[in-house]
Design a protein around this ligand. Structure first.
Ligand code: PBG
Length: 341
């Protein structure tokens, strides 16, 4: 008798056998493609920090949406870059704000062929670049600038309603304010949008992986950082607390962000909340690191991107928000997931 007699390699013998027993399959139907829409431009503008991505004028946004649909990517997430900013982020809830106009245009052009998600936050719209309203708080003689949680969530409710009025299917609050999901749910319901879903950035970390996005969307805080609202990267258990609150407040889809350095968090949330759709945001830094490494010939671009997307799904996410969506959809169509693994 020969030894060993247990040989896992038997199932790795060839392409089609490996494909048969592969545990994870990624499809364009898993993807949400983020799209930046900017006021005051007439042509798509390349984003230097994110090779291959563009800021789109409202007038031409249907072009990129139609590219996505053609590749089978039916879900898009709209981020706005307004030309007017103020302390209160008022263009975030203006009826003819950049996101509101883009959503209307996309809906009019494609009807129910596309699912429209919108980012609900103030950071792109405030002069100070924070995700909430700033107030000065004094205790005795000591004063500091703080983000005022409760007035912020009221405004986020207003933002969400204007997105729903424009035709959004899903609103995605990303500010990490306490109670934001409940306030938004209440505002939507009171305005009659009981059918608009909430995808909550439930466990969003204060991450350096957002670096390239801040150039893309011009939303960097002018002073300070986001550590008083986004989570500490050292914490994993706390993610369960954050997610539990959003579930209780009425979130329909949960999200962990970023994805790659947080695959353990994705797995924990998946196990703690097995009955909820779970999204993972494959963020700008994760995207750009791969693009730059590939452009320098250091990694095999297609293979590494498909590996990343499969890893996110294997960790437990069933929805992947990714800037790679269109190229990956094309590669999947060509069967590269099978050819490369
Ligand atoms: C802001 C927001 C950020 C991202 C999505 N929404 C950045 C931030 O918190 O500064 C990051 C996305 C990415 O890096 O791809 N509300």
């Amino acid at each position: 008798m020969s030894f060993p007699y247990l040989r896992p390699r038997r199932l790795r013998k060839n392409l089609y056998l490996r494909d048969l027993v592969a545990e994870t399959r990624v499809s364009p139907r898993d993807f949400i493609f983020p799209i930046f829409v900017k006021e005051g431009i007439s042509e798509p503008e390349p984003i230097n920090s994110m090779p291959g991505q563009y800021r789109w004028p409202v007038e031409k946004v249907t072009k990129i949406v139609s590219d996505a649909l053609e590749l089978g990517v039916r879900n898009v997430l709209i981020f706005g870059i307004p030309s007017y900013k103020d302390e209160l982020g008022s263009s975030a809830y203006s009826k003819d704000g950049v996101v509101q106009r883009a959503v209307k245009k996309i809906r009019k052009e494609f009807g129910d062929e596309v699912v429209i998600h919108t980012d609900v936050c103030l950071c792109h719209y405030t002069t100070h670049g924070h995700c909430g309203l700033l107030t000065r708080k004094c205790v005795g003689d000591f004063c500091r600038d703080v983000i005022d949680n409760d007035s912020t969530i009221e405004l986020l409710g207003k933002v969400a309603v204007t997105h729903a009025e424009a035709g959004a299917d899903v609103v995605a609050p990303s500010s990490m304010m306490d109670g934001m999901v409940r306030t938004i749910r209440k505002a939507l319901d009171e305005a009659g949008f009981t059918d608009v879903a909430i995808m909550s950035y439930a466990a969003k970390y204060a991450s350096a992986f957002y670096g390239p996005f801040r150039e893309a969307a011009d939303n960097a805080p002018q002073k300070g950082d986001r550590r008083t609202y986004q989570m500490d990267p050292r914490n994993g258990e706390e993610a369960i607390k954050e997610v539990a609150l959003d579930v209780e407040e009425g979130a329909d889809i949960l999200m962990v962000k970023p994805a790659l350095a947080y695959l353990d968090v994705i797995r924990r949330v998946r196990e703690a909340f097995p009955h909820y759709p779970l999204a993972a945001y494959n963020v700008s830094g994760e995207y750009s690191m791969v693009k730059v490494a590939a452009a320098n010939g250091l990694v095999d671009e297609k293979k590494i991107i498909l590996e990343i997307l499969h890893a996110i799904k294997r960790a437990g996410a069933n929805v992947i928000i990714t800037y790679h969506a269109l190229e990956a959809a094309q590669w999947l169509k060509e069967g590269l997931d099978r050819e490369l693994f």
